[in-house]
Design a protein around this ligand. Structure first.
Ligand code: ADP
Ligand code: MG
Ligand code: MG
Length: 490
């Protein structure tokens, strides 16, 4: 395990591991690392987490941190470039009803709000083949866990203090040049994802310029990840105590959303509160739109004066086929003019291909067939559990017609370094001393005026670490594959 050694020799755990687990669980429950129980929304349970921070290369982390504001700008600009959006999505718009609908909403409804609020999360794994950080995906909608990731850093600091003799946990600042010259064993980076996301929301609210207006969280029915979302509400209300918040599902909004065709404002019934910001924590998969009225709600929101996080165009920019399109020559450079920075962004691109090019299709299929374990087949879907791995790939290659195959992006499989850690899960299903890999998400926020190109806020705000056992292909905490973690830099 990562905590076995330091420069002064082997580290001694002061207590049996069971005691440490009990301590960590109590801490997690007390400090709100919680989600609701699926079949009983009156009860909360802890979100799975790792007992100790995972060891990680500071230079690799710092690299992805350093390029995030450029990445923010890249995705913001892509979302504004209809030509690139259309070209990159053209093969899926006709065959994917979900993307097609979003595209049509984007193209047909007028824009009544120049302010765009984006809360992004850019996910990476460290690739052992090249020793480079490779992007897994760029999330533009519902970038979850900013409200909980900071709690994990606090748990780890407390656990280390509790467990280890002579442990001095030092907080690292990202601009500290050389983490390897550390004198203490543990360097834990503070995480500002929550407060900074709240700051961006407050800035957007101020730009909307109606202090009486409210903020609407669009959520899924039976939402479980309420502590994460409420942490954001609390953080905004700490800065602006008078802002009112509502959490509503699409179906509730069918009845409760009012759209004023003269002012283009939206209001909530029965309070008649004007909505300044719609923050989407739903709407990223087809199942969230249970009937046509839900799509109508989306359309009203899109054409309203409310600030959307995200807009339809920004959501479209986050589809994985756009990620693949950005790897083509000259696309990144179109928006990022500093060659050095563009090169750094490019260095995070894994090899990816699609099947829409008739001349290349058969060759790509053959490449995949012969290297099933070296690729992941990814459809343009969000929320985890959608990708195909290993032996699942062959039947898709065999049974899909051209159109069906065009729904997938093939992506080189990234193989991160393995570390040993302890995964703490509800109901005592802990995994102690198991081999794991990490996925690192970097949060970024943007508040922009898309008509004047003014950037009010463009910041890198924090990070998310998700850790899973090496025998798990998929990721995602809500889906049960991985646990929340934090980093101990070396
Ligand atoms: P989603 O939008 O559903 O989260 P992702 O692209 O993040 O889609 O894929 C889900 C999970 O699959 C990731 O969290 C990661 O664990 C795994 N994964 C995705 N792409 C790769 C890849 N190229 N190499 C290795 N694992 C991957
Ligand atoms: Mg995603
Ligand atoms: Mg993901």
């Amino acid at each position: 395990m990562s905590m076995n050694k330091n420069e002064n020799g082997p580290m001694r755990l002061r207590w049996p591991i069971e005691d440490v687990v009990a301590f960590a669980k109590r801490y997690a429950l007390t400090h709100g690392l919680l989600c609701l129980v699926p079949d009983n929304l009156d009860q909360a349970t802890m979100v799975p987490f790792s007992l100790f921070p995972s060891p990680y290369s500071y230079s690799h982390f710092k690299f992805i941190w350093s390029i995030q504001t450029a990445y923010n700008r890249l995705y913001n600009r892509v979302s504004l470039d209809d030509d690139v959006l259309e070209k990159s999505l053209s093969s899926v718009i006709p065959i994917d009803d979900f993307i097609g609908r979003l595209w049509r909403i984007h193209r047909t409804v007028p824009r009544r709000q120049p302010i765009q609020l984006d809360i992004y999360r850019n996910d990476y794994m460290r690739d052992t083949k090249t020793d480079k950080m490779r992007q897994i995906e760029f999330n533009t909608i519902s970038s979850a866990f900013a409200g909980l990731t900071g709690i994990v850093a606090d748990i780890h600091k407390a656990v280390l203090r509790y467990t280890l003799d002579n442990c001095h946990v030092r907080e690292l600042k990202i601009n500290e040049e050389n983490a390897s010259s550390k004198s203490s064993i543990d360097l834990i980076l503070p995480n500002n994802a929550l407060t900074k996301s709240a700051e961006a929301m407050v800035k957007a609210f101020e730009l909307y310029n109606n202090p009486q207006a409210c903020i609407l969280f669009l959520i899924v029915p039976n939402e479980r990840n309420v502590c994460d979302q409420n942490a954001l509400i609390d953080a905004v209300q700490k800065m602006q105590p008078n802002i009112r918040f509502y959490s509503k599902t699409f179906e509730q909004l069918n009845d409760e959303l009012e759209y004023d065709e003269k002012t283009f404002n939206i209001y909530l019934k029965p309070s008649h509160d004007e909505v300044a910001i719609v923050y989407f924590r739903a709407g990223y998969i087809p199942d969230h739109y249970t009937n046509e009225k839900c799509w109508l709600v989306r359309e009203y929101i899109e054409q309203s004066r409310a600030i959307k996080c995200p807009t339809a165009r920004s959501q479209l920019a986050g589809f994985k086929i756009v990620q693949q399109y950005l790897t083509r020559e000259g696309i990144v450079e179109k928006y990022i003019h500093d060659k050095d920075v563009a090169g750094k962004i490019r260095s995070t691109f894994a090899s990816m291909f699609t099947f829409d090019d008739e001349q290349m299709r058969n060759q790509y299929i053959e490449t995949l067939r012969q290297n099933l374990h070296d690729y992941v087949l990814k459809p343009n879907r969000e929320g985890g559990g959608n990708n195909k791995y290993d032996d699942e790939i062959l039947p898709i290659l065999q049974n899909s017609n051209e159109n069906e195959l065009n729904n997938y992006i093939a992506m080189e499989k990234i193989r991160p370094p393995v570390c040993s850690t302890c995964l703490i899960k509800p109901n005592g299903k802990h995994l102690l001393h198991v081999e794991c890999i990490n996925e690192i998400g970097i949060y970024g926020t943007m508040v922009t005026n898309v008509e004047t190109n003014e950037e009010y806020i463009n910041e890198v705000t924090g990070y998310l670490v998700r850790t899973k056992t090496t025998d798990t292909n998929e990721g995602g905490v809500a889906t049960g594959y991985s646990v929340l973690d934090c980093l101990n830099f070396n």
